[in-house]
Design a binder for this molecule. Structure first.
Ligand code: NAD
Length: 287
């Protein structure tokens, strides 16, 4: 369980433990990890924690080794750690792009590279949960930021993964919540120095107060965790938690289908020729 020290990851850790699983919480923030471990003490058969930076493949590999030697076989992998950085395309620093891409996208890749060979080798099947977001299904916010770019990528990658691992008896779920009451808006607390100096969050964006309020009053992470457990049991690919976002997805797909309708219309070239013929006809011909 990456990002297991806070928010959705911590709630997932608790829910898995309560369901009888042995759980390894992996997180980059040591103090929060210690607090999370303390909060789960006595829950479930066994909970361990390991400091791990998902953006660093060596760190993820060693977390995987620690998990294998602690528990033997791993059957459920949750690539959940994620961060957000705000800003429009002309405001956001390239270092912030690299940070968000490294954690949200390459972090998932690192998790898969470290655990999938093991899951493939033990041959007992299992389940992989990749945390994306509704921002990976529909980008309803103004502006252009790395967060939705990474979440669309996680959705696309996970859809392909699901097809690849199905014959191995491994299911895949793509978790796409909307607003959940977590510490996501304080993501910069875990931004590594290797991405250069932290620039202050762009709180001048008029959308920010609304976003902060939506997260503050968002869904209880425990509710999200309940949905995830049900999705694993029922082998569901897409896991949505906020039914009210359906309309936005429908609107996006309507626009996509309309574009296909236009593609199915007579080719543009012919249409141009036809309209220029019409014009010639109207004008009585120029040649
Ligand atoms: N909160 C929401 O509204 C919301 C909505 C949709 C999707 N999500 C996604 O849920 C996931 C969990 O976020 P959350 O909302 O619980 O936020 P959170 O900040 O409460 O938890 C994220 C956890 O990830 C850890 N983390 C950050 N960088 C890391 C790194 N490099 N390596 C390992 N761990 C790292 C943090 O220390 C933290 O414990 C993220 O992928 C996020 O994008 C959140």
């Amino acid at each position: 369980m990456t990002g297991g020290a806070s928010g959705i990851g911590l709630a997932l850790g608790r829910a898995f433990a309560e369901a009888g699983c042995k759980v390894m919480l992996a997180d980059v923030e040591k103090d929060a990890l210690d607090a999370a471990m303390a909060s789960l003490s006595g829950v479930g058969p066994e909970i361990r924690g390991i400091v791990c930076d998902v953006a660093d493949p060596v760190s993820v590999d060693s977390a995987a080794e620690a998990t294998f030697s602690a528990f033997g076989k791993v059957h459920i992998l949750c690539n959940n750690a994620g961060v957000g950085a705000r800003g429009g395309i002309d405001h956001i620093a390239l270092d912030n792009w690299r940070w968000v891409l490294d954690v949200n996208l390459i972090g998932v890749v690192n998790g898969l590279r470290a655990f999938l060979p093991h899951m493939r080798a033990h041959g007992e099947g299992g389940h992989i949960v990749n945390t994306a977001s509704m921002a990976g299904m529909v980008n309803s916010r103004q502006g252009f930021a790395p967060y939705p770019a990474t979440k669309y990528a996680v959705v696309g990658m996970s859809e392909g993964l699901a097809m690849e691992v199905k014959p191995l008896g491994i299911g895949v779920s793509i978790l796409c919540p909307r607003f959940v009451r977590t510490n996501i808006l304080e993501s910069a607390r875990n931004r590594s120095e290797r991405y250069g100096p932290t620039t202050p969050a762009d709180t001048t964006n008029p959308l920010y107060p609304r976003l902060a309020e939506q997260v503050r009053t968002g869904m209880d992470p425990a509710e999200v965790a309940r949905r995830v457990l049900a999705a694993i049991r029922n082998d569901e690919l897409y896991v949505f938690t906020h039914p009210e976002t359906r309309e936005a997805v429908e609107e996006r797909f309507r626009a996509i289908l309309a574009a296909f309708d236009r593609a199915a219309a007579p080719p543009l070239q012919n249409r141009c020729r036809r309209s220029s013929n019409n014009r010639s006809g109207r004008n009585g011909g120029s040649r």
